[in-house]
Ligand binder design. Structure first.
Ligand code: NAD
Length: 390
C-alpha cells in the first residue's frame, strides 16, 4: 500500500453521526476514512445542535440538504435516495451508541461505532444478532489496534516465537484528569457522568483499548475469571472510577493484569502491552509506536522497527510510508478504516472465504469489551473478589 493503490474499486457512500466541529474524535474518523479513498463523505447528522451541525457539514463539502438535524432523519432520508449512504460512523457520547447502532443496522447500513459499543452484554448480543440478520458489519474503533506492529506481534506469537503465553501486562494510564478538569471541559464532563457512560469511566473508556490489543495479539486466550479494584481519587467522580486494577486468569493458565487510570500524573498516554511467553517477550508502547521490543531469554534485546523487510507481510502491507519515518495514531486509524471498507464490501458480496480469514475489530470485539467492563464492575462492587467471567 506504500504506493497508495486503492484496495477497493469503489468508494463506500458514507455518513457520520456526531463528530461535529467541537468534538474530540470526529476529525480522526474523517482523516482515517478518507485517507485511501475507500469512503466518501456525503451525509451526516454531525452535531447535537442541528444548526451548528449543518454549517459544519457544509464546511466539509457535504450538500446542505444532506446535513440532517438528527440520526433518525439521516437514516430515513438517505434510505429513500438511490445514492443514499451505505455506511455510517457513530462518534457521539457513549449512552447513544446502542440506539444509533440499532437504528443504523435496521436501516440497512454498515456501521463503524466508537467504543464502548454499548453498556450491557444483552445489548451487545442484540447487536451481534442484528448484524447477522441484516448481513451488515459493525467495526469498532480500537484505534491503535490498526498499527502494523500489533499484527506483527500476532504473527510472531502464532508462529510460536514466544512459546506458550504465560503473562499479559496491559496498561492505559494517563494523567490528564488528575484534577476535576470536567468542571471546565464539556468533553470530559459527560465521561464522568453515569447517565452518559453507564457503569464505568476508565475501565470502559481506556482499558478496553489494550484489552483488545491483547485479544488481537493472542486471539486463542479467553478470560476465565477476573477481579477488579477501582477507585475514585477525584471524589466527585464516585461511583465512577478514575483508576482501576484488574487481575485476570485465562483458560490456558496464563495470567493478565490491567492498570487503567486517568490520574497517573505526568503520564502522556501510557498505553502499553507486554506479552510474556515461556521463551521470549514482546513489548509495545503507543508513545513510541514504530518500535517493538522482542526479548529472547538469554539473548540481547532486539528492537523491531516498523517498515523493515524482516517483518511479516501482514505488517508491511499496511505501511503508507517507509521505515524510519515517524507515524502513529492517524496511520493506525486509517488502517482500521481500510479494513472496515474491505469487510463491508466483502459482506455485501457475500464473500465468506475472504471474511473467514480477515481480521478487524468487529462486533464481537465490541461485545467482548462490554462484557469485560460488566465483569470488572461486578467484581469491584463486591469487594474486589474473583468473579467467573460470563
Ligand atoms: P465530544 O463530546 O468531544 O463530541 C461529541 C460530538 O457528538 C459533538 O460533536 C456533539 O455535538 C455530537 N453529538 C452528541 N450527541 C449527538 C446526537 N444525539 N446526534 C448527533 N450528534 C451528537 O466527544 P468525543 O470525545 O469526540 O467522544 C465521542 C465518542 O468517541 C465517545 O464514545 C468516546 O468514548 C469516543 N472516543 C474514542 C476514542 C478512541 O480512541 N477510539 C478517543 C476519544 C473518544
Amino acid at each position: 500500500m506504500i504506493n497508495g493503490i486503492k484496495p477497493l474499486e469503489r468508494s463506500l457512500r458514507w455518513g457520520m453521526v456526531g463528530g461535529g466541529g467541537t468534538s474530540q474524535i470526529g476529525y480522526i474518523h474523517r482523516s482515517a476514512a478518507l485517507r485511501d479513498g475507500t469512503f466518501s463523505l456525503v451525509a451526516g447528522a454531525f452535531d447535537i445542535d442541528a444548526q451548528r451541525g449543518r454549517s459544519f457539514g457544509q464546511s466539509l463539502g457535504v450538500a446542505a440538504e444532506r446535513c440532517y438535524p438528527d440520526y433518525a432523519t439521516l437514516f430515513r432520508e438517505e434510505a429513500a435516495r438511490s445514492d443514499g449512504i451505505e455506511a455510517v460512523s457513530i462518534a457521539t457520547p457513549n449512552n447513544t451508541h446502542f440506539a444509533i447502532c440499532q437504528a443504523a443496522l435496521e436501516a440497512g447500513l454498515h456501521v463503524v461505532c466508537e467504543k464502548p459499543l454499548c453498556f450491557t452484554a444483552e445489548e451487545a448480543q442484540t447487536l451481534v444478532e442484528l448484524c447477522e440478520k441484516r448481513q451488515k458489519i459493525i467495526g469498532v474503533t480500537y484505534g491503535y489496534s490498526g498499527h502494523q506492529l500489533i499484527l506483527q506481534a500476532r504473527q510472531m506469537i502464532a508462529d510460536g516465537l514466544l512459546g506458550d503465553i504465560r503473562i499479559i501486562n496491559m496498561q492505559f494510564s494517563h494523567g490528564f484528569h488528575a484534577t476535576a478538569v470536567e468542571q471546565e471541559n464539556p468533553s470530559t464532563r459527560w465521561r464522568v457522568d453515569p447517565r452518559f457512560v453507564g457503569p464505568s469511566y476508565v475501565l470502559g473508556d481506556l482499558a478496553t483499548h489494550p484489552l483488545f490489543l491483547a485479544e488481537t495479539m493472542v486471539p486463542q486466550l479467553k478470560v476465565k475469571r477476573l477481579m477488579c479494584s477501582r477507585q475514585s481519587f477525584v471524589k466527585t467522580r464516585a461511583p465512577l472510577e478514575d483508576n482501576a486494577y484488574v487481575l485476570m486468569e485465562y483458560d490456558n493458565g496464563a495470567v493478565g493484569s490491567m492498570w487503567c487510570s486517568a490520574v497517573n500524573s505526568g503520564s502522556m498516554h501510557g498505553q502499553k502491552i507486554r506479552i510474556v511467553g515461556e521463551k521470549a517477550s514482546l513489548e509495545w508502547w503507543d508513545e513510541q509506536p514504530n518500535q517493538m521490543r522482542f526479548e529472547v531469554q538469554g539473548e540481547p534485546v532486539r528492537v523491531l522497527e516498523r517498515g523493515m523487510p524482516y517483518l511479516d507481510h501482514a505488517a508491511l502491507a499496511d505501511d503508507r510510508i517507509g521505515g524510519g519515518h515517524p507515524e502513529g495514531l492517524f496511520e493506525a486509524w486509517s488502517n482500521l478504516y481500510r479494513r472496515f471498507a474491505l469487510a463491508m464490501d466483502a459482506t455485501d458480496r457475500r464473500d465468506e472465504a475472504f471474511l473467514a480469514d480477515f481480521w478487524y475489530p468487529d462486533v464481537h470485539a465490541g461485545a467482548m469489551g462490554v462484557r469485560w467492563v460488566e465483569n470488572c464492575v461486578r467484581s469491584a462492587d463486591t469487594g474486589a473478589g474473583w468473579v467467573e467471567f460470563r
